[in-house]
Ligand binder design. Structure first.
Ligand code: ADP
Ligand code: ASP
Ligand code: MG
Length: 411
């Protein structure tokens, strides 16, 4: 039997009615003759609640216990989905990550999938089971402890299963009907794309468009998984939603194809660092040891042997970063003060057309300056430009850039 992977995100399993609605969609695919692997997220809001509890009890938590707690939301929805399907007379069984077993690295809270043995589930399919419901987001480390794959990780579970079982397609059911030129929730003119290239989706995802987890796009690209994003709230045809595919399959595209943002960023500056070889290694080594994911970095020109080092990071890692910097102060690094700006956001424009067309950066900076938005940090790569700005201007920046690059109109 051909295998289909269907992933339902948090809003698509937010309550029993929605689980029933999702189960019906699964039933439709079973009736077409597929063996289906359903990947479920926790009910929407559940993972945030679990993370909140962990933070409250232990701000600098042990990541193994964080995983033990935050993985639990998916266990509930996996069991409920299997029961709902059984009530519909569809033979179904649930699997938690460790039961598969979905083996990951030991990098708790940001683990990577190493292996998905297909034997157990395939044997059940051979015995007549039609649907395997798998708890997304979670796995088991070589040490036998529960791990999680990072926020949004159920997308990655889904694509990894599609690759392992050589599924015909991996359908990601969510609360929007596809991938848009920018988040439709903050820009009314956002336009749904029928197709988007893996490269552009990868950039958009890594720059904050949370519709797909970055790692899921990487895996789909590497294993040539046919990946589709669509709504669980509408009746669907086989052509619905957005197909993430190779660049060659897309006939025309704008120079800029999307705008992404990441709201919850912070900026830290170490003022007056004694400049000498090795300061960057010392600072970023300490941050890395503390589990901080540094993003943008700027080092000022040195004056009289002192310099300033600025970097951005997720706002929820500020406490860890602050502690790491305080710990090395006066020990392996000399600096005057640590300045923290917790209210910044990153806005980025993405497009493979930038490879061949210049002037995109200049236009982006002009648009922001016309809106009176000050740029704090800039980074670029071949197909994207990102700026760090005050968070209060984030939505304005996204809308102005979307307009200026004509993203509401097809190429
Ligand atoms: P799920 O719970 O189904 O995994 P997510 O909340 O993780 O859903 O992702 C879907 C959300 O991603 C949408 O509700 C939308 O607000 C947001 N989003 C951000 N950028 C985009 C984009 N470019 N296209 C579509 N959705 C986007
Ligand atoms: N429940 C997890 C989260 O909210 C994983 C997911 O939904 O993809 O991040
Ligand atoms: Mg998600």
């Amino acid at each position: 039997m051909p295998v289909l992977v269907m992933k339902f995100g948090g809003t698509s399993v937010a309550n029993l009615d929605r689980i029933r609605r999702a189960a019906k969609r699964v039933g439709v695919e079973v009736a077409k003759g597929y063996d289906v692997i359903v990947i479920v997220s926790a009910m929407s809001g559940k993972t945030n609640e679990l993370v909140g509890w962990v933070d409250e009890i232990s701000p600098l938590y042990d990541a193994r216990e964080y995983d033990a707690v935050v993985s639990s939301g998916e266990n509930v929805t996996a069991g409920l989905m299997a029961l709902t399907l059984q009530e519909m007379d569809v033979p179904a069984r649930s699997w938690q990550g460790w039961q598969v077993p979905l083996i990951t690295t030991s990098a708790h809270s940001a683990a990577r999938i190493e292996e998905i043995p297909t034997k157990n589930i395939n044997q059940k399919f051979a015995e007549g089971m039609k649907v395997a419901v798998v708890a997304g987001f979670q796995g088991i480390s070589p040490e036998g402890r529960i791990t999680t794959l990072g926020r949004g990780g159920s997308d990655t579970t889904a694509v990894a299963f599609a690759a392992a079982f050589e599924a015909e397609r991996c359908d990601i059911y969510t609360d929007v009907d596809g991938v848009y030129t920018t988040d439709p929730r903050i820009c009314g003119k956002a336009r749904k794309l029928d197709k988007i290239s893996f490269e552009e989706m990868l950039e958009l995802a890594s720059l904050g468009a949370k519709v797909l987890q970055t790692r899921s796009v990487e895996l789909a690209m590497r294993y040539k998984v046919k990946l589709r994003v669509l709504s669980s709230f509408e009746e669907q045809s086989d052509e619905a939603g957005t197909l993430v595919c190779d660049e060659e399959e897309i006939m025309e595209s704008n120079v800029v194809s999307g705008v992404a943002y990441s709201r919850d960023e912070a900026q830290m500056t170490l003022l007056s660092v004694a400049d000498r070889p090795g300061i960057a290694a010392t600072i970023f080594g300490a941050l890395s040891d503390a589990g901080v994911n540094v993003d943008m970095i700027v080092q000022d020109v040195s004056e009289e042997g002192r310099t300033n080092m600025t970097f951005s990071l997720p706002v929820d890692q500020v406490k860890r970063a602050e502690k790491a910097m305080n710990d090395i102060k006066g020990v392996s690094l000399n600096y005057d003060t640590l300045q923290i700006e917790p209210d910044v956001a990153k806005v980025s424009v993405v497009g493979i057309g930038m490879r061949s067309q210049s002037g995109v950066a200049a236009k982006m900076f002009k648009v922001l300056s016309d809106e009176g938005i000050n740029i704090k940090v800039i980074t670029t790569s071949e197909i994207k430009i990102s700026v760090l700005i005050d968070r209060k201007y984030m939505e304005l920046a996204v809308q102005a850039l979307h307009d200026a690059f004509g993203l509401d109109k097809a190429a």
